[in-house]
Write a protein that binds this ligand. Structure first.
Ligand code: SF4
Length: 303
């Protein structure tokens, strides 16, 4: 793991670098996956859990997970259903199945060690472009562009002069982020840069209430110095929950997580009154492999 307070030896070349790196050295949260003793596996687990999920919800699940399965081999040896159960209420539980599958692949292909190489990471189940770069960068100090929601928002504002980035990552955005990466001879600084910008987006340059008065680059930020012009892009996606199939899936999963063994169909039918929506949610969970139907017509987590 890259030390949280790493002081780069190499001079930065973009005016944003120094203030953001200095701010990070002072203000970064002490998170278990950022500590010097954090293993690449800890970084990988945290990256799976942090997708679309706030740190405060991830922390207790992460701690329990790492004490139960401190290595990929330990997780791979457990039934996938136990991974789903331990995922608890983090949401998007397919991530638990994918993490379990990735642990199995790490045991099979890499002797149980998380690979450092970005291409080898990308070949693992559930590891996409962002996650591969994040693991290579945060666990191994490699120099990669890491474009998560927070980073995209900071760059859109500080460099692009607009309040929010495009709905999905554009080529121009990727090129801008690459141009902002610290020099090739400062690998460690590039890794710290990625996490520093991410932290600025999480703590200061937040989506709804950016605290520009507390921001280390307020005087350089294109959006702030232009008077924070109102957003006039396409409508932004909301995160509706109540009444959605996701909510029904969550209720069905909660019953199965809280049950050792299997449950009857009637038990599941009690969680949601709308038959059509409940049946659709259960069918999608079966299709995703998060729930299995037994020979007796009962339901359980995968075994
Ligand atoms: S000045 Fe405001 S908008 Fe610009 S990067 Fe800082 S917090 Fe974000």
């Amino acid at each position: 793991m890259v030390p949280m307070n790493a002081q780069p030896q190499h001079p930065s070349r973009h005016p944003l670098h120094r203030p953001i790196l200095d701010w990070y050295a002072e203000s970064a949260r002490d998170l278990p996956w950022r500590r010097p003793e954090a293993t690449p596996w800890a970084v990988m687990v945290s990256e799976f859990m942090l997708q679309q999920t706030p740190v405060v919800r991830v922390l207790p699940v992460f701690e329990a997970w790492m004490s139960t399965w401190p290595t990929p081999g330990a997780l791979a040896a457990a039934p996938s259903g136990e991974a789903v159960r331990a995922w608890g209420r983090l949401g998007y539980p397919r991530r638990a199945l994918r993490l379990h599958a990735a642990a199995t692949a790490i045991v099979d292909r890499h002797d149980g060690e998380v690979p450092a190489d970005r291409e080898a990471l990308l070949a693992l189940p559930g590891v996409g472009d962002y996650t591969a770069s994040a693991i290579a960068s945060f666990a191994f100090g490699a120099r990669h562009t890491v474009l998560d929601t927070n980073v995209r928002r900071v760059f859109a504002r500080a460099v692009g002069g607009v309040e929010f980035p495009a709905t999905s990552v554009t080529r121009a955005e990727r090129e801008r982020a690459e141009a902002l990466l610290p020099d090739e001879d400062g690998e460690e600084e590039a890794a710290t840069w990625a996490v520093a910008v991410m932290e600025l987006g999480a703590l200061v340059c937040t989506a709804a209430n950016p605290r520009c008065e507390a921001c280390p680059v307020s005087h350089l930020c294109a959006w702030n110095t232009a008077g924070r012009p109102a957003y006039d892009g396409p409508p932004r996606r909301g995160q509706a929950w109540a009444g959605t199939d996701r909510q029904v899936r969550g209720r069905l999963m909660a019953v199965l997580r809280d049950t050792e063994g299997s449950v009857t169909r009637a038990r599941l039918d009690g969680v949601w009154p709308d038959d059509t929506q409940r049946n659709r949610a259960l069918a999608s969970l079966l299709e995703d492999g998060l729930v299995v139907e037994t020979d007796e017509g009962r339901y359980s987590l995968p075994t």
